[in-house]
Ligand binder design. Structure first.
Ligand code: HEM
Length: 549
């Protein structure tokens, strides 16, 4: 009897203790789940109400483009949200953006760090930080110079030949087809050729191992349960990513690493004059060349003068403008990382822009005719497009600019806020992400009359000069802007000039207007772009025909 009583006493006390401990644990967990959610309001930054653990993450289940625009419309041009536990400040004020991206660059040199990435992604320029970023960027930038771009023309032309041939088959069939898919294959061929030294015809050979592995990269979904877990417990991400098996990811990483290593070995065994001229070779050559550029020349999209007072801001030992000579060193891992960046940063962005441009020209036939007039005139002077002569195509340039205004693939990008600071009177908390909503700025009615209309003439030199330069930033701005801009423009112009010389694009019943968008990473057409295509009947005697056509 005594023993039973003792048992009940102990049991009662232990379960009481367990309940107390349980409650304490729950309390702690709740405190952990909501603890970060006061930082934005403490800095006077308006935001929607966050959920414990996940913040406002679920607002973006269907993508970021529309929810971000709605967020700014509701909470103002400086507002915020919580991506999991991470506070994000969204700034759609062009003067503040100029301050952060250019004038005060040395205080904001990095993008936000991602804890779950692995090699080769972790070595690519997009992800590198501080001095390491600066060293690699200064080596990589000369590879994108005008003279080096000229060397890429034959490689891009070969990929364009395959594109035109494929489009010819669709013209023959007279059926509606998804032109976004054709551009996906075209840009994949370009990436494989210029960055990986590999010739593929992805349109006709989807089983090519390069194409299969590249597609794996783009099948990633942020709303998988494991990613939601990492959003709620970010400090567990780094240790767990190395342990949790992920066969798809590992296969893909190993494939690209092995491909590059094999080619590097082959190139080293070849005499220099027999080596293929591509970006991979330019990077390999960069190891022994004297060429490297200083930080003032990283931003090819905006004049050097923009950076005038960066030096006033350089107070720490991070990336700064005082020009210490850069070490000319790039490791094999870094070369693999930079080849990989062509895929990560150059594939979807370029193919989406091409598809958007064709969609807009199909539904605006008068602009298409204007472009064709320019293109026909171009071919009376030139046999085929190259780096220098495509600069003459002013209307095409305006069409691409206006396409990138309405549908910028890089519609949001970021800088990390590394310490508490005040920019133009607004305070920003250390550890938050500074987000630049290019997609919103590009349609802000305060700067763009009739913002949803396709009007290429918005990009005449006079119209451009009359606007604040930071309301249009499809390639970013400042030293951390898009290093591949020139390549992207060359590739897109070479494809479009040959396409519109040979074909008319027609909107048809299958063309979805307005287009449905996906925006979980880049902005792209959600279900492709369906159009019809027909051969043009130009008078062949009036134009020099390029040999490939
Ligand atoms: C239409 C095509 C493209 C668009 C719209 C685009 C857009 C962008 C944007 C918005 C950024 C962020 C800029 C910033 O943070 O200020 C960026 C960065 C970058 N892009 Fe592009 N991009 C395109 C094509 C390419 C291509 C073809 C490459 C080829 C290598 C490339 C390589 C990069 C790299 C490496 C960065 C990071 C630069 C750094 O951190 O130093 N991009 N791009």
């Amino acid at each position: 009897m005594m023993a039973l009583w003792e048992f009940q006493y102990i049991f009662h006390n232990t379960s009481g203790l367990s309940v107390t401990l349980g409650l304490l644990l729950l309390g702690l967990l709740y405190w952990y789940s909501v603890r970060p959610f006061s930082v934005l309001s403490r800095n006077g930054i308006k935001h929607p109400k966050p959920l414990p653990f996940f913040g406002n993450l679920f607002m973006f289940r269907q993508g970021f483009f529309n929810p971000l625009n709605d967020l700014i419309k509701t909470h103002g041009r400086v507002c915020g949200y919580y991506l999991g536990r991470k506070p994000v400040v969204v700034v759609a004020d062009p003067e503040m953006l100029r301050q952060v991206m250019v004038k005060d660059f040395s205080s904001f040199p990095n993008r936000m760090s991602l804890r779950f990435i692995t090699k080769p992604m972790s070595d690519c320029l997009l992800m590198l930080r501080n001095e390491r970023w600066k060293r690699v960027r200064s080596i990589l930038t000369p590879a994108f110079s005008a003279s080096k771009m000229k060397e890429m023309v034959p490689l891009i032309n070969t990929a364009t030949d395959a594109l035109i041939k494929n489009l010819d088959a669709f013209a023959e069939s007279a059926e509606a087809f998804n032109i976004h898919k054709c551009f996906g294959c075209f840009t994949m061929d370009v990436v494989a050729s210029v960055a990986f030294g590999t010739q593929v015809d992805s349109q006709n050979n989807c089983d090519d191992p390069f194409v299969r592995h590249a597609q794996l990269f783009f099948s990633f979904n942020f709303f998988r349960p494991i990613m939601l877990f990492f959003a709620a417990f970010p400090s567990l991400a780094a240790p767990l990513v190395g342990i949790i098996p992920n066969k798809k990811r590992d296969d893909m990483n190993h494939f690209f690493i092995r491909t590059i290593q094999k080619i590097i070995k082959q190139r080293e065994e070849q005499p220099p004059e027999q080596r293929r001229r591509d970006f991979l070779q330019l990077m390999l050559d960069a190891r022994t060349s004297d060429e490297s550029v200083s930080i003032e020349h990283f931003d090819t999209a905006h004049p050097v003068g923009e950076a005038h007072n960066r030096s006033e801001q350089n107070q720490d030992n991070q990336v700064g403008p005082q020009e210490r000579p850069q070490m000319k060193m790039i490791t094999e891992d870094e070369i693999v990382g930079q080849a990989f960046v062509f895929l990560v940063a150059g594939y979807e962005t370029s193919s989406n822009t091409l598809a958007f441009a064709c969609y807009l020209l199909a539904i605006n036939p008068e602009c298409q005719r204007e472009l064709q007039k320019e293109v026909d005139h171009f071919f009376t002077r030139h046999e085929s497009p190259d780096y220098t002569n495509v600069q003459e195509l002013k209307y095409l340039d305006m069409v691409i600019s206006e396409t990138l205004r309405l549908y910028p693939p890089g519609f949001r990008f970021a800088r990390e806020i590394e310490r508490d600071c005040v920019v133009n009177g607004q305070s920003f908390p250390k550890g938050a992400t500074f987000e630049i909503p290019a997609g919103f700025l590009h349609r802000d009615p305060e700067h763009w009359p009739d913002p949803d209309k396709f009007i290429p003439e918005r990009f005449t030199p006079e119209a451009k000069a009359s606007r604040h330069p930071f309301v249009y930033i499809p390639f970013g701005a400042g030293p951390r802007n898009c290093v591949g801009m020139r390549l992207a423009q060359l590739e897109m112009k070479m494809a479009l000039v040959r396409l519109f010389r040979r074909f008319n694009l027609l909107a048809c019943t299958e063309t979805k207007v307005p287009l449905e968008l996906k925006s979980s990473s880049t902005l792209g057409p959600k279900n492709g772009v369906f159009v019809k295509i027909e051969r043009r009947h130009w008078d062949e005697s009036q134009v020099n025909s390029p040999s490939e056509d």
